[in-house]
Design a protein around this ligand. Structure first.
Ligand SMILES: Nc1ncnc2c1ncn2[C@@H]1O[C@H](COP(=O)(O)OP(=O)(O)OP(=O)(O)O)[C@@H](O)[C@H]1O
Ligand SMILES: [Mg+2]
Length: 316
């Protein structure tokens, strides 16, 4: 069983205006609501591939209710903790030129009882054979070591952990002992270099990136997937290193491409696909995700078509 965790989900509100005018009344039209959250995106991708997962997180107030109903409409299973504070609503305004202006709320405060309820829920779900995906930002009230602590508890219970986070939350989780560290991580290029405190420039080539990924394996991480947007991805585990180019697709939105990649990977693991097939599925699914609006996942038939074009090359 796959469990995705979204600690700071949002009700995404997208609306349209002719032009965004500061210091003036902007009348919005065609307001659309969607369930936002990286774990929810991962669950959507798994569902699109024909797999099952349970999305876990916090939801509160009217926005929380709306969020849960939108997730249910996608056909996903949820097991959220209800909180007192109200789930955030993020406003995305698109003008006639297609330019996006975003207004993001910080998110509700999580109190200690609510955190306890989530921990208990996850401890119950995290049994051997299950994979728990931890992704996205942390809400107010939770420490930066939240993923570090969760990873330890989940792994102690026998579950495998996939972490997709950045900044301190990512850094602290990688400080765990090897039996408590996340099993799988998917930094993008920016996140990997930020972790190592290396300034990005064009002189940093694949060989250097592989070296950095390998040093994370030494800490106990079993697989590092380095995603590099339109430059493709590198997959590094104890058994070798694989490289794949991104597929040429008609791009509509690359938001959530990384989440689709993770959904495809954990779907592949859950179905005991060989490593290279998991990597290929990740490349095809994430390319497919770029062809859809917003964070919508591609359908299975498109992923299968893209899979035929996917080449995974073993480089070490
Ligand atoms: N323009 C593109 N064309 C084809 N595939 C793409 C493109 N952009 C991204 N991808 C695919 O998606 C994968 C993940 O993309 P990226 O590295 O941008 O993730 P990310 O930065 O974590 O994104 P997010 O956090 O928004 O989900 C890439 O490794 C690649 O396989
Ligand atoms: Mg990402």
């Amino acid at each position: 069983m796959i469990i995705t965790v979204t600690l700071n989900p949002a009700l995404d509100k997208t609306a349209y205006v002719d032009a965004v005018r500061p210091r003036a009344l902007n009348r919005l039209r065609d307001v659309q609501l969607d369930a936002g959250g990286k774990g929810v995106n991962v669950s959507s991708m798994i569902h699109a591939l024909g797999g099952k997962s349970t999305a876990v997180g916090f939801a509160g107030g009217g926005a929380g209710k709306e969020l849960l109903s939108l997730i249910a409409q996608k056909g996903l299973y949820t097991d959220f903790v209800h909180i007192i504070a109200v789930t955030r609503t993020n406003l995305k305004v698109v003008d006639n030129d297609g330019v996006l202006t975003e207004f993001n709320e910080p998110g509700p405060h999580i109190n200690s009882d609510e955190w306890g309820a989530l921990e208990q829920k996850l401890a119950g779900l995290a049994v051997k054979g299950n994979t728990v995906v931890l992704s996205g930002s942390l809400p107010a009230g939770l420490g930066k070591d939240t993923y570090k602590k969760l990873s330890a508890v989940l792994r102690q219970n026998g579950a495998a952990v996939f972490l997709d986070a950045d900044g301190d939350a990512f850094k602290l989780a990688l400080e765990n002992e090897s039996d408590a560290i996340p099993d799988y991580i998917k930094p993008n290029r920016f996140e990997l270099l930020q972790y190592f405190g290396v300034a990005d420039d064009d002189s940093i080539l694949d060989a250097k990136l592989v070296e950095l990924c390998r040093s994370l394996l030494e800490k106990g991480v079993k697989l590092v997937v380095l995603s590099m947007g339109e430059a493709g991805a590198i997959f590094v585990n104890k058994g070798g290193v694989w490289r794949a180019s991104a597929l040429p697709v008609q791009v509509r939105s690359t938001v959530g491409a990384g989440d689709s990649m993770i959904g495809a990977l954990v779907y592949g693991f859950a179905n005991a696909l060989p490593d290279e097939q998991c990597f290929a599925l990740a490349i095809a699914a994430s390319a497919g995700a770029c062809t859809t609006e917003g964070t919508n996942p591609p359908n299975r038939s498109l992923v299968d078509k893209l899979l035929e074009q996917t080449r995974i090359e073993r480089i070490a």
